[in-house]
Design a protein around this ligand. Sequence first.
Ligand code: ADP
Length: 295
Amino acid sequence: DLLVVGSANADLVVAVDRRPGAGETVLGSDLVVHPGGKGANQAVAAARLGARTALLARVGDDGHGQLLRTSMESSGVDTSGVLVGGAPTGVALITVDPSGDNSIVVSPGANGRLTPDDVRAARELFAAAPVVSTLLEIPLDTVAEVARSLADGARLVLNPSPPAPLPDEVLAVCDPLIVNEHEAKVILGTEPGPDPEEWARQLLALGPRSVVITLGAEGALVADADGSERVASVKVKAVDTTGAGDAFTAALAWRLGTGERLADAAAYAARVGAAAVTKEGAQASYPTADEVATL
Ligand code: ADP
């Protein structure tokens, strides 16, 4: 049902009393290793909801790669497209201070070696996918090749994160382009003003067929040539928003593939995003369809 082309990272997390300055060493908590990366997060989120989901990604020939594969397989993700080698598995080195603020260093590793050739070699995965979801934690020319590789009638869902200016050929096939406020700013290259409706108009002028703006606890806004629509959020007690955006994107992409209209898919995705903020962690916080129904 859904093909995700994206990143897989091991998140290495240590709690500290305070961050070290240059040349300084501080002691931290025991290391916790979580499976992460926006591609793997999306694939796990969709599979957890019951979507048949495949991931095209690259990991290293190492223990972190194994950890990621195990996590994805236990959630039911088709990992036949998870390639191995070329560099160590991507890692995010994360320190968390007592106020909950993160400092993060990302080493893209194998994610940076997912090439346009890897995309071309994955013909069968593309042929089977009515929806393909991708993001920018992989090289931009790989994303451009994804945009060229869609099956007839298939749609591309793109969350441009981390945000970077996008080539017209990629923008033109996004349906939708999914951004938060920060990503909208970078894609537009300007301070977009206070009104999300206006950001949506400006983003649509860049060429995507549709746009979704995520607004955290405020829900989301969907827009296309026919107009725009607000999507309500669900009121929940937020515990940890890590990975909520990835769960939102995955859920929306899956529902579009089942033929749902954009605003309905976004309303479902908002429930999934809300469920994901009620628990700690990214992949560990993702709900099943039953949990979404009872939210
Ligand atoms: P990102 O993580 O990309 O910045 P958001 O924070 O906007 O994305 O979250 C994505 C979606 O998750 C939102 O559109 C909303 O549906 C849901 N969500 C996020 N935070 C909350 C919250 N505090 N309460 C309810 N829903 C939330």
